[in-house]
Design a protein around this ligand. Structure first.
Ligand code: A3P
Length: 326
């Protein structure tokens, strides 16, 4: 490893010791409060490598989300839109035999961290799809603004559904890794205090929301609920944002519906690749763990009226100065 990387690693080690540590909200590893967000050490390392060594390209498309807000769906949709001329939707489409995370990578901050350098990401052809859970403010200025800025697509979701989905997901992982389960009450307490994987939820969302208002051509802000209601409207929006609008011929042959159907929860969750104890390439998780119910409003089956009141109040207070509603 060259000297530049050594410097970054040393800086990381020294810094980790100084950061506030939060409880065990993931797989038994603690979280660190880093620049306003609660991250596992691997995400901090990935973020530092991005700052010190990653070379952004203006053609880069960063696919961003708060965890459990529709990352898998967004990856599938973008992959399907970008590669729509390369495959047959019924026969040889990669989404029929590969989990969306395996087609785009889990997170580019992870890829960099796992590879120990940015080289794997630097060799990807343009336009690169760069998935991430990192907050907008954690990216270098060169990626966020100016002539070399990248494009960001962000998906978020109602915080009550996001929390319930997150709680289920981590308990599934914990069962797999034989780590004790997190009670709903403890997880709720941490989430509402902002101490959750990549939290605070509200700051994460607001960062992208503000960026999307300042630079609508660079940051597309999507809501899971809107997309569930009118998926084809948002597939068109996504394609336009990616500079790949559908032609009249494509519209006539129903390509938008084909993409919507291919990427739907019903279709993806019933494919063999996303069932049967298959594991994603990056290890860690079953392909099936990314598909649970795929519904809006499942929080009603889990949260007490008191919990609902708490989350609604935080959401209202956090967003009242902006025009954002979730
Ligand atoms: P639920 O746990 O509420 O069912 P992420 O992809 O960010 O990890 O988010 C996972 C959530 O999105 C889960 O929500 C999952 O069921 C849902 N989901 C996964 N694929 C989907 C799809 N193609 N369409 C709609 N929702 C999807």
């Amino acid at each position: 490893i060259d000297e530049g990387y050594q410097k970054t690693y040393k800086k990381l080690e020294e810094m980790l010791e100084t950061l506030p540590k939060g409880g065990d909200q993931t797989l038994g590893h603690g979280l660190f409060l880093y620049k306003g967000f609660w991250l596992p050490d691997i995400h901090i390392k990935g973020n530092m490598l991005i700052h010190d060594h990653f070379k952004p390209r203006p053609t880069d498309i960063v696919l961003s989300s708060f965890p459990k807000c529709g990352t898998t769906w967004l990856k599938a949709l973008c992959f399907a839109i970008i590669n729509r001329n390369s495959y047959n939707f019924d026969k040889n489409h990669p989404l029929l035999t590969s989990n969306p995370h395996d087609l785009t990578g889990l997170g580019f901050e992870r890829l960099i961290q796992e590879g120990g350098s940015t080289s794997l990401v630097e060799t990807l052809p343009s336009p690169r799809l760069l998935p991430t859970h990192l907050a907008f403010s954690l990216f270098p200025d060169s990626m966020a603004s100016g002539s070399g800025a990248c494009r960001f697509v962000y998906i978020c979701r109602n915080p009550k559904d996001a929390f319930v989905s997150l709680w289920h997901f981590f308990n599934k992982l914990r069962r797999l890794k034989q780590v004790p389960q997190l009670s709903l009450e403890d997880a709720f307490d941490s989430f509402s205090k902002g101490v959750s994987f990549l939290g605070p939820f509200w700051d994460h969302v607001l960062g992208y929301w503000k960026a999307s208002l300042e630079s609508p051509n660079k940051v597309l802000f999507l809501k899971y609920e809107d997309m569930m209601r009118e998926p084809s409207v948002y597939v068109r929006k996504l394609a336009e944002f990616l500079d790949l609008p559908f032609s009249e011929d494509e519209e006539n042959e129903g390509i938008v519906e084909k993409i919507v159907n291919l990427c739907s929860f019903e279709n993806l969750s019933n494919l063999d690749v996303n069932k049967n104890n298959n594991i994603i390439k990056a290890g860690l998780v079953n392909t099936s763990s990314f598909f649970r119910k795929g519904q809006v409003g499942d929080w009603i089956n889990h949260l007490s009226p008191e919990m609902v009141k708490v989350l609604d109040q935080i959401t209202q207070e956090s967003f009242q100065a902006s025009s954002l509603e979730l």
